[in-house]
Design a protein around this ligand. Structure first.
Ligand SMILES: [Fe+2]
Length: 603
């Protein structure tokens, strides 16, 4: 058998993406939005495919297997039962899915069209991997665990909302599936929408808001969502419109989604309004009702999440746990889960949302379909595009640098200069190495600051991020200092667990310590990211704080992809300095004041 070169795709689905791997493991992974700059877009990921091939030095004709993270034949019984019960909506949904599947099934053809290779050159065998099986495979096969319980949770994919599986060696044995309309993701998205967060992917903002409320609606929430060991997730249909509405515009919405972020239709019912009042208008002030509802939404989610996972572990019989799916990005719930002792080791895929299904489809194909040996565990997320020093030099040379000082520096000087700036409360852009796979900036496409600088959270929001004040900023801590600063012991290389900040550190980490004294932690070890670890170590040596505030390098856009975009973001915002490859850029006082004026006028 020739060496496999597998292209995994999440195509014509939100967060479309491409992953390339061979029998040795992952080569490259990237989401289309990073390149086409359309957030959460649901297109055929032609640019991402071209990029992963470029990184590998391969061409489309080298691909032996095309792994698509969707399987139109999956869950046929559940789909038919739904259509029989809800013919009008069911048929509209079926029409939408049929169109999407037909589009995805043309992937090999589209690849030859869009990459400009002749169809006869594309000889890959196409494999369809059910959406949740792809989520399971993405987490288990990268975890390095020999045996594990897998739990994947999201809104829905291939008519499944939860999958519980027993994973051993190369085998994935599905033990339980839940089907729409019973969905933890719909529960969270519907109530987030009610609170004014109707844009795709905004649920994490509500998680931030929940820290400001009281669990005043605990009793009412019990009626909305529960876990039943036999029946699975139970969503009370009286409160939700999901899959009850006419779906005539569903296809049009899907078409709009190709262009990026969309606004979802309301998914709460009249009954929901009778119990909880009128929905919050986007842009209006937050009331105590809104904060309390966010809190009760989150508390109920956590309770059902932990109950479901405890049950899953009992059924599968393995205490090491692997997770993926959009709901597995709920770091607050993950913190409660791992600190409860329900599981031993915990691995959540770095791209736990639907972008990650591209890696899962490829991994499932490699291990379960082709039967090849397990590839090494993946404990870092730096699988995207990297830029050579000469690429960065070209971008720096093209900068109209009136008022920007540019220095080329050696590695040690880059670190010491950055530490000097961070220590003095400066906001530093940090564009180094290969970009991260998944939604989080993990120290290669990041904006960094002193986590204990007075008012740093407000300064950062006013100068750069311009976002809701209740959203916390994340801390990156040296792995070896995790337990000293936070109440947690599981490493968090992908920033998907929230831990309590230890009392002694709350003041010193004032800019990352959230209202409820927590932090959405990232741990970094030297083997995961040498430069970033060295930077934080040097900062720690100087200040005594082994932590940096880390937020994504962007301004209301997908995370920057090219050095040119990084420099442009640096120039137009009130970032003070930028370490881009071997270059150190700093603004003059005059330019800084100009940027300030632009910001004031925007505000
Ligand atoms: Fe999903």
């Amino acid at each position: 058998m020739p060496s496999p070169l597998i292209l995994g795709l999440n195509s014509t689905h939100p967060d479309s993406s491409a992953v390339l791997m061979n029998e040795k493991g992952i080569i490259a992974a990237i989401a289309e939005e990073r390149i086409n700059r359309k957030k959460h877009c649901a297109v055929f990921p032609a640019l991402a495919i071209a990029e992963v091939l470029r990184i590998a030095g391969a061409s489309a004709s080298d691909i032996t297997d095309l792994a698509l993270a969707r399987d139109p034949t999956a869950n046929a019984g559940a789909k038919l039962a739904f259509i029989a019960k809800n013919p009008r909506v069911g048929l509209a949904m079926a029409k939408l899915r049929f169109g999407m599947h037909r589009e995805a099934a043309r992937s090999a053809e589209q690849m030859s069209d869009e990459l400009g290779v002749s169809a006869s050159m594309v000889k890959a065998t196409t494999h369809h991997v059910e959406h949740h099986l792809a989520h399971v495979a993405s987490a288990f096969f990268w975890s390095g665990f020999e045996k594990a319980t897998a739990v994947t949770v999201d809104g829905a994919g291939d008519f499944c909302t939860v999958m519980i599986a027993r994973c051993e060696g190369n085998k994935v044995e599905v033990l339980q599936r839940c089907h729409p309309p019973h969905s933890m993701g719909v529960y969270y998205s519907a109530i987030s929408g009610f609170l004014g967060f109707l844009r795709y992917g905004e649920e994490y903002k509500v998680m931030g808001l929940s820290a400001y409320g009281e669990d005043r609606y605990a009793e009412q929430m019990k009626d909305l969502l529960s876990w039943d060991s036999k029946k699975g997730v139970q969503l009370n249909p009286e409160y939700f419109l999901y899959l009850q509405q006419p779906g005539e515009d569903a296809y049009e919405r899907h078409e709009v989604m190709k262009e990026g972020e969309i606004t979802m239709p309301p998914m709460w019912s009249k009954r929901f309004e009778e119990v909880f009042g009128k929905p919050r208008e986007r842009g209006s002030e937050y009331t105590q009702r809104d904060r309390d509802l966010a809190c009760s939404l989150q508390r109920r989610f956590e309770k059902v999440y932990v109950e479901m996972i405890t049950d899953a572990i009992a059924k599968a019989g393995h205490k090491d746990l692997v997770m993926a799916g959009g709901c597995a990005l709920n770091g607050v719930a993950n913190g409660i889960l791992v600190n409860s002792g329900v599981c031993d080791r915990f691995y959540c895929h770095p791209a736990a949302g639907d972008d990650g299904t591209a890696s899962g489809a490829a991994l499932h194909t490699l291990h379960c379909k082709l039967g090849l040996a397990r590839t090494p565990a993946v404990n870092h997320a730096y699988w995207g595009t990297g830029w050579s020093d000469s690429d960065v030099a070209r971008a720096v040379d093209a900068t109209s640098n009136n008022g920007i000082t540019i220095k080329r520096v050696a590695r040690e000087q880059l670190i010491s200069t950055a530490v000097e700036s961070l220590t003095n409360g400066k906001i530093v852009g940090w564009f180094q190495g290969r970009e991260e796979w998944g939604p989080r900036a993990l120290g290669n496409r990041s904006i960094l600051c002193h986590p204990g600088w007075p008012d740093m959270k407000a300064i950062l929001n006013a100068r750069i991020k311009n976002r809701e004040p209740f959203r916390p900023f994340a801390p990156t801590v040296l792995t070896e200092k995790l337990s000293e600063c936070f109440e947690g012991k599981h490493d968090v290389p992908f920033m998907n667990i929230v831990y309590k900040t230890r009392p002694a550190w709350r003041e010193k980490l004032s800019a990352t310590n959230h209202e409820d004294n927590t932090g959405r932690v990232q741990t970094v070890s030297r083997s995961q990211n040498e430069l970033y670890h060295d930077l934080i170590s040097a900062f720690s040596k100087k200040t005594g704080t082994p932590v940096l505030l880390n937020t994504s390098f962007n301004e209301n856009e997908p995370i920057v992809h090219t050095p040119e975009q990084a420099i442009a973001c640096f120039a137009r915002t009130k970032m003070d300095c930028l370490g881009v490859g071997p270059f150190w850029l700093e603004k003059s006082a005059e330019l800084a004041s100009k940027a300030e004026q632009i910001y004031q006028s925007k505000a």
